[in-house]
Design a binder for this molecule. Structure first.
Ligand SMILES: CC(C)(COP(=O)(O)OP(=O)(O)OC[C@H]1O[C@@H](n2cnc3c(N)ncnc32)[C@H](O)[C@@H]1OP(=O)(O)O)[C@@H](O)C(=O)NCCC(=O)NCCS
Length: 341
């Protein structure tokens, strides 16, 4: 890896006049291009080679805009050229910003900060109690940029994955017939979905007060980006996992991606966690995918260790940054996978 000094764009000699405005439908493919170009250049500067596909085929713009149109911003030059973008979402009381990107030749001219400021405004309007993001711990620029807004670096996010072995999955399924059952949210009757959403909220509210993933569940269901697995004992919901499969989702090619997983804190037994993961692996294998990607915040120590024991390995790490009153809310024994990217 090259030195992490990242001052691209500084010598372009331009002082662009920039307007920050909300994303419109007609901007979406341009926004995607800008994000992919900026990240592609960043990876190339960091790693010395440009990835063939910037996020391995994962996409972040279209569905997030549909889910949270007021949280998506562009930086536009006087002539209407889009030179930067920021996407923010709100999970109840938690506001998450990212991706944020500025075209390389426009960097270091305050545009990134204007975009982050716009996201802050959106969070303030919605009275979130905690704000967060995931960024690159080895980049002074990234850390300092967000520190300016009061974000503090916390623990690492480990992006883990496991290649799938078909035989192992068949054996795992046959070995233990659990006392719990698994259903997919998409198979519920419309009338039942609302009640299930309340149960999901109860689980997330116990993790962080007001945390609410309903929008993520709905968008995954509405656009068939993947599904939400429900782990149940009788009528009781004891855990769930929102996952994406490749297409126009956040899942890279060939991978099932776990966006969010949480176990009711009263049922945080490792076997339930493993049960949900086994089901995700089985689903991925059945869909002909080669691996499962499961990002984990390392402060959730039990979940992190359980993934490693299960054969997941760390592909790369990022650092979580937070701003708010209750910054250290994570209990190490909570079985949670929550990707803030
Ligand atoms: C991160 C990114 C969005 C920042 O956008 P930007 O327009 O360059 O940011 P700004 O110019 O508003 O602010 C950058 C600040 O970092 C400072 N900076 C730049 N290089 C630095 C370095 N090596 N060390 C410390 N500070 C640095 C700049 O001087 C500036 O601060 P200042 O206004 O006090 O001088 C942009 O670099 C980008 O798109 N990168 C690629 C994609 C990416 O990594 N996105 C973020 C993922 S979390």
């Amino acid at each position: 890896m090259r030195a992490s000094v990242d001052r691209a764009g500084l010598d372009s000699g331009r002082t662009p006049v920039i307007k920050i405005r909300r994303v419109r439908k007609g901007d979406l493919s341009k926004v995607r291009d800008v994000i992919e170009q900026a990240f592609g250049d960043f990876y190339e500067r960091q790693l010395g080679t440009r990835p063939r596909q910037v996020f391995g085929g994962a996409q972040y713009v279209h569905h997030r805009w549909l889910m949270e149109p007021w949280g998506c911003f562009v930086a536009e030059e006087g002539d209407g050229k889009i030179v930067g973008a920021a996407v923010a979402v709100i999970w109840g009381t938690l506001g998450l910003v990212g991706p944020v990107a500025v075209l390389t030749i426009y960097q270091n001219q305050d545009i990134g900060q204007q975009l982050v400021k716009a996201a802050q405004g959106f969070f303030d309007e919605n009275k979130v109690t905690l704000q967060g993001l995931a960024t690159y711990p080895s980049s002074p620029k990234h850390l300092l940029l967000f520190q300016k807004f009061g974000y503090k670096p916390k623990a690492l996010l480990a992006i883990t994955s496991k290649p799938l072995d078909r035989r192992e999955i068949v054996q795992a399924t046959q070995a233990g017939k659990p006392a719990v059952s698994i259903r997919r949210f998409s198979t519920l009757e419309e009338a039942k979905k609302k009640g299930t959403m309340q149960k999901l909220r109860r689980i997330t509210n116990a993790i962080y007060r007001g945390l609410d993933l309903a929008k993520e569940v709905e968008i995954v269901d509405g656009l068939a980006l993947g599904d939400t697995l429900l782990l149940e004992r009788g009528r009781e919901l004891i855990g769930f996992a929102i996952y994406h499969v490749p297409g126009v989702s956040e899942a890279p090619q060939g991978s099932l991606y776990v966006k969010f997983l949480a176990m009711d804190f009263r049922h945080r037994k490792p076997e339930h966690f493993h049960g949900l993961l086994a089901s995700l692996e089985e689903l991925a294998s059945g869909a002909g995918l080669q691996r499962v990607i499961a990002p984990v915040y390392t402060a959730y120590w039990t979940a992190y260790q359980a993934l490693l024991e299960r054969g997941y390995s760390i592909d790369f790490t990022m650092v979580r940054m937070k701003r708010g009153k209750l910054e250290e809310y994570e209990r190490p024994a909570d079985l949670v996978l929550d990707d803030w990217r």
